[in-house]
Design a protein around this ligand. Structure first.
Ligand SMILES: C[S@@+](CC[C@H](N)C(=O)[O-])C[C@H]1O[C@@H](n2cnc3c(N)ncnc32)[C@H](O)[C@@H]1O
Length: 236
């Protein structure tokens, strides 16, 4: 499904969000800017798709080394093309976010934008992202969410069920991908629920902020230090 929409993915993202997606990613970068400024900081953008967040994380002014991963080859091809066109240094690799070919405690920051919702098992995904974070490292999840105001939630539901699949289907040629999107958002936990799941998976200092009346939320959490009281379940 992601492979089919990859060629028109950026166009549709900007069109369907009326370009607000650029603001969501820029806000995410601003919230983790301190980590990006640290000399030697290692950063991974998981489910990077065509690389928009990964490229926003990289800047000549920041010393952080940025990587991007995704399991969809056509998305990575698009991300590589953009990286090369901009003469950026971000490095890409192909991998399933649930089983990353990365040693424990490798990254200072792991980000994911509009990818986490697609994982087949959120708890397993959180444990895997926590595993590759250094103790004290930060996870940032930018995802669709449910507006807390019921009227706005209804209006957004109408837009995402009626308008979004029609436009997305017409331009991408894959209506099912844009029908899947609102369905996956509906099944995804609300902002408080995702924060609880992050705590359950071993993240401390979990905080979130809603953006654009709550259709999107940015969650941040810090991987607990080894030795902190936490039951790692089958990873212990
Ligand atoms: C909606 S796109 C988001 C892309 C990008 N992060 C952005 O902000 O535009 C979701 C991406 O998640 C990837 N994805 C979904 N499940 C995945 C998994 N289990 N492992 C790796 N990538 C995954 C898809 O291939 C797709 O590129």
């Amino acid at each position: 499904m992601f492979g089919r929409i990859a060629p028109r993915y950026d166009l549709l993202n900007h069109l369907l969000s009326m370009n607000i997606d650029r603001f969501w990613r820029a806000r995410t970068v601003s919230r983790v800017a301190q980590i990006l400024q640290r000399p030697g900081a290692q950063v991974l953008d998981v489910c990077c798709g065509t690389g928009d967040l990964m490229l926003a994380l990289e800047s000549p002014a920041r010393p952080a080394r940025v990587f991007g991963s995704d399991f969809c080859h056509p998305m990575l091809v698009a991300a590589l093309r953009k990286t090369q066109e901009r003469h950026f240094r971000s490095e890409l690799f192909e991998a399933d976010a649930l089983r990353l070919p990365i040693a424990d405690a490798s990254f200072d920051l792991v980000t994911t934008a509009f990818g986490f919702r697609n994982l087949t098992n959120y708890h397993a995904g959180l444990l895997e992202l926590r595993r590759i974070l250094k103790p004290g490292g930060t996870l940032a999840i930018l995802e669709f969410s449910t507006p807390p105001n019921p009227l706005l939630a209804q209006a957004y539901s109408f837009y995402s069920r009626a308008i979004l699949p029609a436009i997305g289907g017409m331009i991408s040629g894959s209506r099912d991908a844009y029908t899947y999107l609102p369905e996956s958002v509906r099944k995804f936990p609300d902002a408080d629920g995702l924060a609880d799941q992050m705590r359950d998976a071993g993240f401390a200092n979990v905080r979130f902020e809603r953006m654009t009346v709550g259709i999107v939320a940015l969650h941040l959490g810090d991987a607990l230090h080894l030795g902190d009281a936490f039951d790692l379940g089958d990873r212990a």
